[in-house]
Every structure is written in structure tokens, then in C-alpha cells.
Ligand binder design. Structure first.
Ligand SMILES: Nc1ncnc2c1ncn2[C@@H]1O[C@H](COP(=O)(O)OP(=O)(O)OP(=O)(O)O)[C@@H](O)[C@H]1O
Length: 347
């Protein structure tokens, strides 16, 4: 139930005609209900807010008041957003989609799970090539659960001063315990690399040890998501600290076709040869495919055309391939096996 203060805030913004504030308080009520484990109610409220926002005239999207804006030093360590992304916005293979739905279900009903002395899945490791949807997944989980997404800024977290990084990490974990949200550690290999690496410095080893202890002792209701493109250099001790490891891959032919269809939307020409485009898209990431489609739509707009043909899309796909070959080099390590949860590396 909304608190008296929240009802007062709703009435006040209604009387002042402050639509943005009204919706942000409604989101606050939704986040509060989600925190109490009333997932269905929270989702219903959030859907109503989304619908209200969608009905606003163009240009009045209104900026949501940041409800859980980190303060003080935390502000430099965490950046917060309230994503509207949903799992259905993503193109995924069935097994990943199932994994995500399971996590969402456990999160929505976490109070029920905790009543039985169990804990929902909430410490996740996402591994896979660049542009495969790891960050988007963190947004979609926050969007589905109606809770804030906190990006942990590793550049601000990792300093060269002895002990400072671990102290900052402590602050992040304190926030994880205090404010329910999705906490996303991108490029996690920066702190999670194997302790024995020759070029490793002592401070990074200490940080990794601190992280291992902190994640082990964390019993909060937040989701902790770490993502990396380099699972092969992660310390094996890390794998068993996570409740779930989700492995992302480059899109297969079905996923490419779905993504191209969705992204091209009304710009897809009637005689568009999807098979030819899909064949040409091999080895490109989701992000690169999106980019190629956007570029080809832009090209249509600039020449006052009305649709994208497969040949113009193929040109853009080829351009992406060239750029990607230059930037990414070789990603062969995705063919290697990941260590299993006992850290032995055997599957
Ligand atoms: N599975 C997907 N379905 C639909 N769009 C996707 C998917 N994956 C990526 N995209 C598109 O590509 C963009 C970039 O993806 P994202 O940042 O999630 O990749 P990432 O795996 O986190 O990459 P990096 O490792 O470089 O951080 C997304 O904002 C989205 O537009």
C-alpha cells in the first residue's frame, strides 16, 4: 500500500498539474511495492505509468524525478536510470529467454521464496561478445521489475591508491544493501581477472578478494550483474559466487531475421530478400546489425525514399563487417569452454 506521504505527493502534483511528478511518485509507489515483493501489483502500476506516458503529446515526455539518485561520493561511482526496456524488446535464443523469465519470476515472488528460507537468483554473470545484449539485459531486468538500474562506474571505482578501491567497493555494496536495484558491473574482468596473472598488480588482487568477500556476504534484495567479454581471464573462484551464468552468442540466422524484420519495420521494401540479407549478416553482433539497419534507414530518409532494399542493407552490413574486423580482431575465445561452478573448468 502507498504511504500517506506518497498519497499526499500524488494529490499535490495532481492539484499543481505536475504530470511528470505525479508519474514519478506513481513509479516510486511501484518500486516500493516491488521491494515488498508485491511483484504483480508493482508491474500493474508500472504498466499504467507507461501507458500514461505513451498518451502524452509528443515533446512532453517529462523527465522522471530521479528517485534513488546516489549522493556524495557514491554519485561518482554509480549512475542511475529507470529503463523502460523489456525482455520482449530483445531478440534472444530460447534458452536465454527462459533463464531471464525464471529470474524475473523469482524476483517478483521473492518474498514467497524467502518465507521458505530460500533465496531468489540475483547474482548473475553475463558473458559473451560485444554487442550481444549484456547491458540491454541489465536494463530489461530493471525495466521488468520496475527498479532502478545502477551502472557501477569502474573508471571511478578503480584507483591506484592502496586500499581506496576496496573502500569504494564497500560503499557500492552498502548501496546494494540499502537501495533495491539492478547493480551492473560492466567490463567486470577489470576487477575479476585471475589472481595469478603475471601482469597483475597487488591492488587489483586485493580488490578481487574484497569483491569475493562482499558478494559472498551480500544477502540483499538487489540484483548484482557482472558482464564481461573475456570470461577466459576471470578468476575461477568467481564463477561459484554467482547464482547463474548466462552465455550470450552472436545471433544465429533466425535471430538475425527477427532483428532485421523488427528494426526495419515499415522501411522494409515489399520485395526485400531476407535470405540474402541474413546470409550476408553472418558473424555480426546484434549491435552491429542494429547499426547497419539504422544507417540504411537514414540513407532512405536522406534521399526522400520510402524503403530499404536488401542490396542497400547488404552494403551497410559489409561496411559493419569491415569496421568490426578492424576493431575486434579475433574473438576465438568464445569457442573455449567456460569453467563450471566448482572452478575446475570441467563441464
Ligand atoms: N539481443 C539483442 N536484441 C536486440 N537488440 C540488441 C540485442 N543485443 C544488443 N542489441 C542492440 O545493441 C545495442 C548494444 O548492446 P549491448 O550494449 O547490450 O551489448 P553488450 O553485450 O553489453 O556489449 P559490450 O560487451 O560491448 O558492452 C543495444 O542497445 C541494442 O540496441
Amino acid at each position: 500500500m502507498a504511504s500517506a506521504e506518497q498519497i499526499k505527493a500524488l494529490l499535490k502534483s495532481h492539484m499543481n498539474g505536475d504530470d511528470s511528478h505525479f508519474l514519478s511518485v506513481a513509479m516510486q509507489v511501484a518500486a516500493h511495492e516491488a521491494k515488498l515483493g508485491h511483484g504483480k501489483l508493482a508491474e500493474e502500476l508500472r504498466d499504467m505509468v507507461d501507458a500514461a506516458k505513451a498518451r502524452r503529446p509528443h515533446g512532453q515526455s517529462g523527465k522522471l524525478v530521479q528517485l534513488s539518485q546516489p549522493r556524495g561520493e557514491l554519485a561518482s561511482l554509480l549512475s542511475v536510470s529507470y529503463p523502460a526496456t523489456r525482455v520482449v524488446d530483445m531478440v534472444l535464443d530460447q534458452s536465454i529467454e527462459n533463464q531471464l523469465h525464471r529470474i524475473i519470476k523469482e524476483q517478483r515472488l521473492f518474498a514467497k521464496i524467502r518465507e521458505h528460507g530460500l533465496s531468489p537468483r540475483r547474482k548473475l554473470l553475463l558473458v559473451g561478445p560485444p554487442g550481444s545484449g549484456k547491458t540491454m539485459t541489465a536494463s530489461a531486468l530493471a525495466g521488468e521489475l520496475g527498479i532502478p538500474l545502477f551502472l557501477v562506474r569502474l573508471d571511478a571505482l578503480i584507483t591506484k591508491f592502496m586500499g581506496e578501491t576496496a573502500a569504494k567497493l564497500r560503499q557500492v555494496f552498502d548501496s546494494i544493501a540499502e537501495v533495491r536495484g539492478v547493480y551492473f558491473f560492466d567490463e567486470f574482468d577489470a576487477i575479476g581477472s585471475q589472481r595469478g596473472l603475471a601482469n597483475d598488480v597487488g591492488e587489483i588482487r586485493r580488490v578481487l578478494n574484497s569483491f569475493l568477500q562482499m558478494i559472498e556476504h551480500d544477502h540483499s534484495n538487489s540484483l548484482i550483474i557482472a558482464a564481461t567479454n573475456h570470461p577466459e581471464i576471470l578468476d575461477h573462484a568467481l564463477f561459484r559466487r554467482f547464482d547463474d551464468v548466462i552465455e550470450y552468442k552472436l545471433p544465429g540466422q533466425d535471430q538475425v531475421a527477427t532483428l532485421l524484420n523488427r528494426r526495419l519495420g515499415r522501411f522494409k521494401s515489399k520485395e526485400f530478400n531476407m535470405k540474402q540479407a541474413v546470409d550476408e549478416a553472418e558473424m555480426l553482433s546484434y549491435a552491429e546489425l542494429c547499426r547497419a539497419v539504422d544507417e540504411s534507414i537514414k540513407e532512405v530518409i536522406l534521399r526522400d525514399g520510402d524503403s530499404v532494399s536488401e542490396t542497400s542493407l547488404i552494403d551497410m552490413l559489409d561496411e559493419r563487417k569491415l569496421i568490426s574486423a578492424k576493431l575486434n580482431g579475433n574473438n576465438n575465445y568464445y569457442n573455449k569452454e567456460l569453467p563450471n561452478n566448482d572452478g575446475t573448468g570441467k563441464q
